[in-house]
Design a protein around this ligand. Structure first.
Ligand SMILES: Cc1cc2nc3c(=O)[nH]c(=O)nc-3n(C[C@H](O)[C@H](O)[C@H](O)COP(=O)(O)OP(=O)(O)OC[C@H]3O[C@@H](n4cnc5c(N)ncnc54)[C@H](O)[C@@H]3O)c2cc1C
Length: 423
């Protein structure tokens, strides 16, 4: 069963929060804002014509993922097409230090701008008014790209700006989560301007996107209130770098990546992330992730030195981009093997093996579910998941659905906060 309206998508927890529907419907009709649940969601602020809603639904990855492009090379059963892969980092020490990992995405964006391949890069950064909130922006200088580096583990809606940039005839690259890139690829199926005006799409590996409560609860852990925060970083400034909070009275707090994420922090991940088939972005030209140091067969998140990314080219264009950025001195790269990738990122292997069983839970309980053709989900679920993994995924999602824990407020509910001041 497919969701039949934008409200169905949101109310059933299938929205990724990308903002494409605002771009399509226009801000007078739909506007992204923080939902009562703390996610970035479309809020109805005017009349939504059915024809407009159909256009929004046609690109929505809450409804259907695009098919990964036909293979130009070997297709890994979990990680998809790998035309080229390496471990690398930005050669500029500032970018490498401030980036989430090794600064590869920031270095590629900088190269694309400085080589004149694009005018700017559409991505997200901190809002001026609230250091915990995230907004989309077009960065067109090295300083602007750098200012938006780092991972933001909270609501972001990078595609809410894409319509106005296309209308203005701008030539730009895009950086976003795998679901953001997948939506842009879907938009390209009906809007030919995207292939002309967005020649490069870059993504990061993504294990899921939390509600804003994760951020607020980190702040409260330090005994501070979100309203007092004047600076906030999830990571970066090291590898992975501390979570960093500064308050209006000048106090500074830091904790490690593991203290933030693996010591009982209370928050919800988007339900859509639990049924995600593409955390490793098969739709990007280049995708980057952490190239963790392994200790006793497991990745360590200790600060073990300067950051290293995994970088994977999915398309010929992405492979050419990596090569050109290396030749121009923006990136350093070394070999990295498939067995190393499999061992380091089996969290994404588990996600892929589990998702068939979660989607089966949606089907069994007659809930709408996203289509995901071409992502090898059935194969991973039936041939690779252990009975324990399958049962845990299936029973977990059915329990959640029966308790209504996928439900979110309808799009008519007022926003908890808007993404921009003045809204
Ligand atoms: C929600 C989330 C989940 C992640 N999960 C994983 C994971 O499971 N495994 C893994 O290896 N890595 C994960 N990462 C990616 C990792 O943190 C790094 O982003 C990645 O290694 C790229 O590093 P970098 O140094 O090249 O990035 P940078 O050079 O620092 O560039 C980061 C870019 O990402 C953009 N960005 C940051 N946050 C968001 C966001 N929320 N939505 C859209 N764009 C954003 C920024 O605008 C910037 O352009 C995740 C990141 C996020 C935001």
């Amino acid at each position: 069963m497919r969701a039949g309206s934008v409200n169905d998508i949101v109310a059933n927890g299938l929205c990724t929060g990308c903002g494409a529907c605002e771009s399509i419907a226009g801000r007078g009709s739909m506007r992204m804002g923080l939902s009562p649940e703390g996610f970035m969601r479309p809020r109805l602020v005017g009349r939504l014509e059915r024809a407009t809603e159909e256009r929004a639904l046609a690109v929505c990855t809450g409804r259907s993922m695009p098919r990964p492009p036909a293979a130009e090379g070997p297709v890994h059963r979990i990680f998809g097409r790998i035309l080229h892969m390496g471990r690398g980092h930005a050669t500029d020490p500032t970018i490498r230090f401030r980036g989430a990992t090794g600064g590869v995405l920031t270095a590629l964006a900088t190269f694309l701008i400085e080589s004149g391949r694009v005018e700017g890069v559409l991505h997200v950064g901190t809002t001026r008014e609230d250091p915990m909130a995230t907004e989309p922006r077009l960065s067109s200088t090295r300083a602007e790209v750098l200012a938006a580096s780092g991972s933001r583990y909270g609501p972001a809606a990078p595609l809410r700006m894409v319509g106005e940039l296309l209308d203005a005839g701008r030539l730009f690259a895009f950086i976003g989560k795998p679901c953001d890139v997948a939506t842009l690829r879907r938009m390209a199926l009906t809007d030919p301007r995207i292939d002309r005006q967005v020649p490069y799409m870059l993504a990061m590996f993504c294990g899921g996107s939390p509600s804003i409560d994760a951020t607020h609860n980190v702040v409260r852990r330090f005994g501070a209130e979100p309203s007092q925060v004047t600076a906030f970083r999830y990571r970066g400034h090291g590898w992975p770098g501390p979570t960093f909070v500064r308050t209006a009275n000048g106090q500074e707090f830091r904790q490690t990546y593991d203290e933030t994420w693996f010591s009982g922090l209370r928050y919800e991940l988007m339900f859509r992330c639990k049924v995600c088939t593409d955390g490793i972005s098969e739709h990007a030209d280049v995708v980057a992730g952490d190239c963790w140091v392994m200790e006793n067969g497991k990745p360590t998140h200790r600060e073990v030195g300067d950051g290293w990314n995994i970088e994977i080219a999915r398309t010929q264009r992405g492979a050419e981009l990596l090569k050109a950025a290396i030749t121009a001195g923006f990136l350093h790269e070394e070999p990295f093997s498939i067995p190393e990738l499999e061992a380091m990122h089996d969290d994404h292997g588990l996600k892929k093996r589990s998702v068939f069983w979660r989607l089966a839970g949606l089907a069994l309980t007659a809930r709408p579910r996203p289509r995901h053709s071409g992502h090898r989900v059935v194969r991973a679920g039936l041939l690779e998941a252990s009975p324990r993994e399958a049962w845990s995924a299936f029973s977990g999602v059915v329990t959640r659905l029966l308790k209504g824990r996928n439900h979110e407020s309808p799009i008519t509910a007022p926003a908890r906060a808007a993404i921009e001041s003045g809204d």
